[in-house]
Ligand binder design. Structure first.
Ligand code: NAD
Length: 408
């Protein structure tokens, strides 16, 4: 099943409950613009995309991924999930995503900068603070956003920092942005633990993916008293049933470029970490990690999707049968876009928002999205949390479409 077929099926599962018409389904499943370019840098060509899924609620929003496996199908899925995420979070945004099929780990900084600038040269006319607003995603970061902002402003001949978020603080970025996805994910996990009456200091956690999202949440959960016993990155994983020293794991990752070199732990494979006997499994790498092949072997009681699309639709059904609670990506990882929205608002008004204010807004929005999702999930016997999140998100997009006169 393609990634987008899989994404679609999340919506199809609630279409009967929502009594969605063919027109409504078509609207929710179609993309407003699929744009592709070839970036030519230093004699090489790289495929690049910017795809807008929906912009009924406002300008489209979504990150740019640099990865050797980026495809049109993947970017279409990621843009679809962005529309549902911004809708569920109550933001005035639609959804989009971008990608370049490239391995940034093989590039020097100068070439990476040229690729980032080439991306803006290819897509600048479709972007802007009132059109489409990019941000970082897998293997892109604040520095890349800085180069993209510089190229965009050079072309436009004016400053417009609100056109991109996740940029360096000196260029108008938000102090909370780097941590926001993980902070939001932790707020959601804490709320769920409270609902389930679970004790944090008796909870073991495994985290797949030790990048921006995974590393930050590892630190936050560890500081709160959760017991992180395993983490992994693209090279493999580490397990210590007595608990990992997260500061040391972060230092190892920084110095050795992989957690596998951490010395006081057993090495495990990327497959094994998904099947560990833990209370919480945090997925913070890429899509399609839990599939119908390995869902039956999952032993965690809660899965927190910090990554986009890490559990396939078929796997979701198997996990539901096993009473595993999956906290869906469009809720669990919305903290990043919530704080991106504040960064955008700050750039537009010129008001510099304090950390205190940002923390409060993030907390309030995450609690609100969680409560609405959880209440609906509990009120419908057969529902998963994902079903509930999709119903709420789809309703708000369709309502905006209706007010725009695009639906009867
Ligand atoms: P990142 O590039 O900082 O980190 C990705 C990590 O995943 C790296 O440590 C990499 O080694 C690891 N990885 C890759 N393949 C793996 C595999 N097969 N097994 C284990 N680890 C693997 O990216 P990120 O920003 O942390 O994003 C991770 C996920 O979270 C993505 O799905 C992204 O779309 C999603 N997300 C991120 C943000 C954000 O603000 N960073 C916001 C929303 C969603």
């Amino acid at each position: 099943m393609s990634v987008f077929e899989n994404a679609k099926s999340n919506l199809e599962k609630v279409s009967g409950y929502m009594k969605l018409s063919d027109k409504e389904m078509n609207l929710l499943l179609s993309h407003k613009a699929v744009r592709k370019a070839k970036l030519r840098v230093r004699g090489k060509e790289y495929d690049a995309w910017r795809i807008v899924h929906n912009d009924a609620l406002g300008p489209s929003k979504g990150g740019i991924r640099f990865h050797p496996k980026v495809s049109e199908d993947e970017v279409k899925s990621l843009s679809f999930w962005m529309s549902f995420k911004t809708s569920l979070a109550g933001l005035p945004y639609g959804g989009a995503k971008g990608g370049v099929k490239i391995n940034p780990k093989e590039l020097d900084q100068k070439t990476l900068e040229e690729v980032s600038r080439a991306y803006m040269k290819a897509f600048h006319e479709f972007m802007g603070q009132d059109k489409d607003i990019p941000a970082p995603d897998v293997y892109t970061n604040a520095q890349i956003m800085g180069w993209m902002l510089d190229e965009f402003e050079k072309i436009k001949g004016k400053h417009e920092p609100g056109f991109i978020t996740g940029k360096p603080i000196e260029l108008g970025g938000s102090e909370l942005r780097a941590d926001a996805t993980s902070k939001g994910g932790k707020i959601i996990l804490d709320l769920l633990m409270e609902k389930l009456g679970r004790k944090i200091d008796e909870t073991t956690v495994a985290i797949q993916g030790f990048g921006n999202a995974g590393m930050n949440i590892a630190k936050m959960l560890h500081d709160e008293g959760y017991d992180i016993i395993a983490v992994s990155d693209s090279k493999g994983g580490i397990l210590n049933k007595q608990g990992l020293d997260i500061e040391k794991a972060m230092k190892t990752k920084q110095e050795e470029k992989t957690v596998v070199k951490y010395d006081d732990a057993e090495q495990i494979s990327n497959e094994q970490i998904l099947e560990l006997d833990v209370d919480v499994l945090v997925l913070a790498a890429l899509e399609n990690q839990i599939t119908k092949e390995n869902a039956g072997s999952v032993r965690a009681g809660i899965i927190l999707e910090l990554a986009n699309g890490p559990v396939t639709s078929e796997a979701d059904d198997i996990l539901h049968e096993k009473d595993v609670i999956v906290v869906p990506d469009i809720l669990a990882n919305a903290g990043g876009v919530v704080v991106s929205y504040e960064e955008w608002a700050q750039n537009r008004t010129g008001n510099i928002l304090s950390m205190e204010y940002l923390e409060k807004v993030l907390q309030d929005r995450m609690v609100n999205a969680f409560n609405r999702t959880y209440d609906l999930y509990k009120s419908e016997e057969s529902f998963t949390m994902r079903n509930a999140a999709y119903v709420l998100a789809a309703k708000r997009i369709l309502s905006a479409e209706r007010y725009r006169g695009r639906l009867d």
